[in-house]
Design a protein around this ligand. Structure first.
Ligand code: NAP
Length: 294
């Protein structure tokens, strides 16, 4: 026994595959859950070098790992080496969780269910909402895919409109109607006057260390949104959030999404149901690891 973690011949291992992995908060989430639930499981980060993803997945299987998370830059690259793919992960085209099955790993995306659970915890209801997604990178795409079945309207605003248009076209090809539109960020004034939106901030503008920046600097934009949900978690209070609040809206950060993607992965690996007090414990451990107070 060391620092409360038991390691013996029966200890199961889960890990993180990515590069870099040095700043991950996932060990704090998973090791806290394992201890609180009295499960003989440890979670460790594994830095995987470019070109060695296949070996990492095969090695994880050969070493009898119970499961893995996958992070940047391997969320799509890992897919060909999996035995099976969950339908949501397939639609999103990105996997962040591997679950051991007979003969290989099954890939899931818990980032998006994690975001939905974070919305719920924060009292944000995307059902029937008019949604703006700021950004058109991997995460924005996943958010658009997930919300396309829930929101009444989705507009993807991106600096490079072609990337936003590509996502809109892809989603509209398999969704009835035309629920997703693309718009250049610079054209935001073309948004219908009088509408107020739930805005999901999915660019990396404003991330530490460039904390003085926001993807949108015009204060008038923020009068068009009632809720600003920034997926950035460092800093915990971004300039985007500050500007949303200054215009009278509600603002949230990406910490709970980070928490719940981990909790859902843990539930998939172990079958445990993580609720209430346990969620709080994991959240506190994660914030402590990040040096964030309450
Ligand atoms: P990505 O693929 O690199 O996409 C970045 C996006 O930001 C692109 O749309 C890009 O626009 C836009 N952008 C970058 N610099 C910009 C600028 N100066 N002005 C305007 N737009 C700019 O990134 P990603 O992997 O999707 O990640 C996006 C965010 O999600 C990150 O902030 C990350 O922290 C966050 N995230 C949060 C969690 C969580 O658990 N909370 C998990 C994963 C990711 P162009 O297309 O024009 O280049």
């Amino acid at each position: 026994m060391r620092d409360g973690i038991r390691i013996d011949g029966c200890t199961r291992t889960c890990g993180l595959i990515g590069n870099p992995v040095e700043h991950t908060m996932s060990p704090a989430i998973h090791n806290t859950l394992a201890q609180a639930l009295g499960q003989n499981l440890v979670y460790v980060p594994f830095r995987v070098l470019p070109g060695e993803v296949r070996e990492a997945v095969e090695g994880a299987r050969a070493l009898n790992l119970l499961g893995c998370n996958v992070t940047v830059p391997y969320k799509s690259e890992v897919i060909p080496y999996l035995k099976e793919l969950d339908p949501l992960a397939e639609r999103i085209g990105a996997v962040n969780t591997l679950v051991r099955t007979e003969g290989g790993f099954k890939g899931y995306n818990t980032d998006m269910p994690g975001l939905l659970r974070a919305f719920e915890a924060d009292g944000v209801k995307p059902g029937g909402e008019k949604v703006l997604i700021l950004g058109a990178g991997g995460v924005a795409r996943a958010v658009a895919v997930m919300l396309s079945g829930l929101a009444s309207e989705i507009i993807i605003l991106n600096r490079t409109i072609e990337r936003a248009q590509k996502i809109a076209d892809e989603i509209n090809a398999y969704t009835e109607g035309q629920p997703v539109r693309a718009m250049a960020l610079a054209d935001w004034r073309q948004l219908p006057w009088g509408e107020r939106y739930l805005a999901v901030q999915a660019t990396n503008v404003g991330m530490y260390p460039r904390v003085q920046e926001a993807v949108m600097e015009d204060p008038d934009f923020y009068r068009r949104i009632h809720t600003g949900y920034d997926l950035i978690f460092n800093p915990a209070r971004t300039r985007f959030m500050q500007m949303t609040e200054a215009a009278g809206g509600r603002a949230y950060n990406g910490l709970k999404m980070l928490l719940y993607q981990g909790i859902i992965a843990y539930e998939l690996w172990t079958g445990a149901a993580v609720t209430g007090e346990l969620e709080e414990k994991a959240y506190d451990a994660m914030k402590h690891a990040m040096g964030i107070g309450d």
